[in-house]
Design a protein around this ligand. Structure first.
Ligand SMILES: [Zn+2]
Ligand SMILES: [Zn+2]
Length: 532
């Protein structure tokens, strides 16, 4: 047991220890509310299990809901609970029960920022689903730093499911379990509770999906073919259902009984030809994921986990300024403080970051100093990012500024870069932030760029500071104003949905007017607003 009352260990399971992974296929009744049953669910076993963990231990829990329907009951149960992050990937509520699960449902009070909703377009297929999932889950789990993962594996996301419009094959469903398993081992010492959930193609999808999940958890190889005995037993039952449906042309927009009974775990690709609107569906899903990233993933974590499609037109520019791996040293400067001298260095190469260690107070974004170190190392390795550090002569990092190509949300705009800054809680009030930011942004090359810094109140770790988000907002505004940043009014829901949120922008001296106009027109006419 560790200090939080949780068992330690990192393996899937072992003889002597209790297993690290638990599977309850009959669970995952995610729609039930505290005082009412809903959507085939009488009791919400997921919520009860999480509530038990909160009572019995000091653990933080991330709940990941892969069912095609929004996990409304679990979200509601922990909507103002900062120890639980609920993440639901589901078909948009525009057409499907229970109708909730909008991106802007982000939690309430102390739980603000810890409810994550990813509403996907009807007829979303494997590749788009995986792209969205991969661009969000690792970054969210790293930044929340949970101790346990509870996941719901409703397999009604499958193209054959009669109740929903998502269009995954077994490949997409397998990707869900693999990422949950990977995240459990990477961030939670293997602690993983997997639950069943929905799934209404009882013969062709549910048995395959949950056998696959069990094989994933217990690390057993899947056979090339489904057992002959099983096919012989269940194929007639499915045929009877298919015959009943033969008179109906479509069920929920899907052609009824369109395929054979499967004989393998994998779906044959020819059974699922590309959906007619594949491109526009993928595009809309990508915009949704971009908004979720912008809203709920802290900026430097976004920089360390760029989405796959993000490509800076200025890739290589940072390398030109300071060739990595060469002997060209970073620029450096000495800053004298009451606590001793600090060394400031820009364009820090990974080899330098590896040699340094983070001060215990440097953990606003990754919550644990060792993960913050990993994060900074990843940022240092990225060709799209520049990392400026303040460290002690002994090698303790106490402050960082990252400069990174703007995330997917700013797609279509050129030369837009995001700036973030963090100073260790143990080194605040010494003026380090001002000097470090000035040092990081003083190169003339940066005058070709539009720089912005975004402050969302739920990203700010203001508890330890003993100040309100509003006060913190003032401090950030003043800090960035010292480097020519101006607060901008915007219709971006990121900013406009909370009084303490802020967008600060500096348009470089060499930026042409057309580019600047394009940027300002975007932040004042958010294409996103028309969708909500
Ligand atoms: Zn495992
Ligand atoms: Zn469902």
């Amino acid at each position: 047991m560790n200090a939080k009352g949780l068992p330690e260990g990192g393996t899937c399971s072992s003889e002597e220890e209790r297993p690290r992974h638990v599977f309850h296929p009959a669970g995952g009744l995610h729609h039930a509310w505290e005082k009412r049953a809903s959507g085939f669910c009488i009791y919400n076993d997921s919520a009860v299990a999480i509530a038990h963990l909160l009572q019995a231990t000091e653990a933080k829990v991330v709940y990941i809901d892969f069912d095609a329907h929004h996990g409304d009951g679990v979200q509601q149960a922990f909507y103002d609970e900062p120890r639980v992050m609920t993440v639901s990937l589901h078909e948009t509520g525009r057409y499907l029960f229970p109708g909730t699960g909008d991106v802007l449902e982000v939690g309430n009070g102390p739980g603000r920022g810890y409810a994550v909703n990813v509403p996907l377009e009807p007829f979303t297929e494997d590749d788009s689903y995986s792209e969205v999932m991969n661009s969000l889950l690792p970054a969210l789990v790293l930044s929340f730093a949970p101790d346990v993962i509870v996941s719901v594996h409703g397999c009604d996301t499958h193209a054959w499911d009669p109740l929903t419009h998502l269009h995954l094959s077994m490949r997409g469903i397998q990707a869900q379990m693999r990422i949950a398993h990977h995240l459990a081992h990477t961030y939670c010492q293997g602690r993983w509770v997997a639950l069943g959930g929905g799934g209404y193609d009882l013969y062709r999808v549910v048995p395959r999906a949950w056998s696959m999940l069990w094989a994933e958890m217990s690390e057993q190889p899947l056979p090339a073919h489904l057992p002959e005995e099983w096919i012989t037993r269940w194929r007639p039952a499915w045929l009877a259902v298919a015959e009943q449906e033969a008179g109906e042309e479509q069920v929920m927009g899907k052609v009824a009984a369109q395929a054979d009974f499967p004989t393998t775990f994998e779906d044959r690709p020819e059974v699922f030809p590309a959906q007619p609107r594949r491109l526009s569906i993928s595009h809309t899903n990508r915009r949704t994921a971009a908004l979720v990233r912008q809203l709920l993933v802290p900026p430097s974590v976004r920089h360390a986990f760029p989405s796959a499609r993000r490509q800076s037109p200025m890739t290589g520019m940072f390398d030109l300024l300071h060739p990595r791996g060469s002997e060209t040293p970073s620029r450096s400067k000495i800053l004298e403080t009451h606590k001793g001298p600090l060394l400031l260095r820009d364009f820090c190469p990974p080899s330098l970051v590896e040699r340094l260690i983070p001060d215990s107070g440097l953990r606003a974004f990754a919550r644990l100093p060792e993960r913050e170190h990993q994060l900074l190392l990843t940022i240092a390795k990225s060709p799209d990012c520049a990392l400026t550090l303040a460290h002690t002569p002994a090698g303790e990092m106490v402050g960082e500024v990252t400069l990174a190509f703007a995330d997917d949300w700013w797609e279509g705009l050129e030369n837009v870069y995001e700036v973030t800054i963090e100073v260790s809680a143990n080194w605040r009030g010494l003026g380090i932030g001002y000097t470090l930011l000035a040092f990081a942004l003083e190169l003339d090359t940066l005058e070709d760029m539009i720089l912005f810094a975004m402050g969302l109140s739920w990203h700010w770790d203001t508890e330890g500071l003993g100040i309100t988000p509003q006060r913190y907002r003032e401090l950030i505004a003043r800090l960035f104003a010292s480097q020519g940043f101006v607060e901008q009014a915007t219709t971006e829901p990121n900013i406009s949905m909370e009084p303490a949120n802020i967008l600060l922008v500096r348009v470089g001296k060499h930026v042409d007017q057309h580019m600047a106009n394009q940027f300002f027109s975007r932040i004042l006419n958010s294409p996103n607003l028309s969708r909500w």
